[in-house]
Design a protein. Structure first.
Length: 196
């Protein structure tokens, strides 16, 4: 008889993290000093890594399949999307002509553009830079956004911040600038964000 389900609790994420950490320690992985969600293990002459983000894993190893097999057979985890890294946390991974592993947020940006088109019923306009030169959004005196547009503004800021995390550093300064207005943005601020 179930008295209380454990999923959905405030502590569920922590319990999951503890359980998976115990598994990785048992597999002889140890926490990286640089990041507590990057686990490492020496395998003969190379270091192997497992990057953990909640329940998403990225494994860099001599034989990643054997690590996945151990997780499923010995520890009874159910893994989905096992294979060469193609998409992880919204970022695309691919190899260039010389076989070098590269990454970029192509699919995430495509989804963001689709969300933009759905939100504004128009395609984004092309621009040569994220913001106009010598623009000063802090002195914008246009009308304050209504509640619906304010939600759109905040949603776009969040999506664009994730694009920066995925490697589009060229928009970091404009997004930091526009993030200052997320509590009470104006029509002009939304137009600038649409340009970005």
């Amino acid at each position: 008889m179930i008295n209380k389900a454990l999923y959905g609790l405030k502590s569920s994420g922590l319990r999951w993290h503890e359980k998976f950490s115990d598994t990785l320690r048992d597999m002889r992985f140890k926490i990286s000093k640089a990041d507590p969600d990057v686990w490492m293990s020496k395998n003969e002459d190379v270091w192997e890594y497992i990057a953990v983000y909640v329940d998403d894993l990225a494994i860099a190893a001599k034989d990643p399949k054997s690590i996945c097999d151990t997780l499923t057979s010995k520890y009874k985890y159910k893994l989905k999307g096992v294979g060469p890294l193609e998409v992880h946390l919204g970022c695309d991974f691919f190899r260039d002509q010389e076989g070098v592993l590269c990454f970029g947020p192509k699919k995430y940006i495509k989804k963001s553009i689709e969300a933009y088109e759905k939100m504004f019923k128009e395609k984004p306009k092309k621009a040569s830079s994220p913001l106009d030169k010598n623009d000063h959004p802090e002195i914008d005196e246009s009308e304050i956004l209504g509640p619906e547009d304010q939600k759109k503004y905040q949603s776009m800021i969040g999506a664009l911040q994730w694009v920066i995390s995925l490697g589009r550093f060229d928009i970091a300064t404009p997004i930091t600038t526009m993030s200052r207005f997320r509590v009470e943005a104006r029509v002009g601020h939304l137009e600038r964000l649409k340009r970005i």
